[in-house]
Design a protein around this ligand. Sequence first.
Ligand SMILES: CC(C)(COP(=O)(O)OP(=O)(O)OC[C@H]1O[C@@H](n2cnc3c(N)ncnc32)[C@H](O)[C@@H]1OP(=O)(O)O)[C@@H](O)C(=O)NCCC(=O)NCCS
Length: 255
Amino acid sequence: MGASNLVVSRVSLTSEGEWDELIAGYWASWLDPFQATGELTFAHLGTRSPAEQKAFSKVKNDLLNQARSDPDNTVWLKCVDVQLKRIIGGGMYKIYRSNPYRAGAPTPVADWFPDGSEKRALAEAMYRQLWAWRAKLMTEKHFCGCALWTLPEYRYQGAAGLILERFVRHADEFQMEAYLEGSEMAVRLYEQYGFTVVSEAKLYFEPPDGTAGSADWWRLVHNLQSHPVSIMWRPVGGQQGLKYPWEKDGPQSRL
Ligand SMILES: CC(C)(COP(=O)(O)OP(=O)(O)OC[C@H]1O[C@@H](n2cnc3c(N)ncnc32)[C@H](O)[C@@H]1OP(=O)(O)O)[C@@H](O)C(=O)NCCC(=O)NCCS
């Protein structure tokens, strides 16, 4: 249960003002704590530079275009503080009505970093390894969650829980499984909504060809390895009681 001033609803894909506010909050939530997964997803994060502004505008437009290209299956939610009329949290999930990975896992293209750059190679290596799990585990229709966030000053008031409640209710109405990649700080919350950790993704990285990797490359790799991303699965109706994922019919049986 979230605080009574917090209300969750679907984001309009036609109101540009609302979309701007939503994505600005999404971006700001990744500044605190500063996670390597965020740094590799949002170029120039936290630099307060024109380059960060440019990267932000690109993310905002790309996400809106993606949502508009498949509005029936792309659900963006917002959590609003109705007293202050402010979007303080959000999240997104995609509905896949059949196996989306028949041709294999999606290929990441981290074009928010320059071609040939260390960060681009690292971001693509990270997403390639994470997304490989999607194709291995989710071979039927399912919901796929991502982009859950709450502004730092609104944390621990149940906002993300309210968003997740909507997400899992929808998945249950459709009698569908769900999947997501959870950051360390969100894992317990996802478990409260019926997800279970299938694996902590072990990520391996090689410095770019012929180099030893810059200090920044090693910093990011160290951060990624010390804060593992959890591969999380939710059966139809949610994980109940003490049923472990490696038991019969759990996702491990698909690996
Ligand atoms: C992860 C994140 C979305 C959680 O947002 P949140 O709104 O603080 O989450 P909630 O308040 O719904 O729940 C978080 C915790 O608060 C607890 N909580 C919920 N309501 C509470 C209340 N009124 N008082 C105290 N604790 C409360 C929950 O049980 C949960 O606790 P636990 O994880 O310690 O067991 C937020 O920390 C965030 O934006 N992090 C940065 C981005 C990120 O990592 N996103 C996840 C991507 S996978």
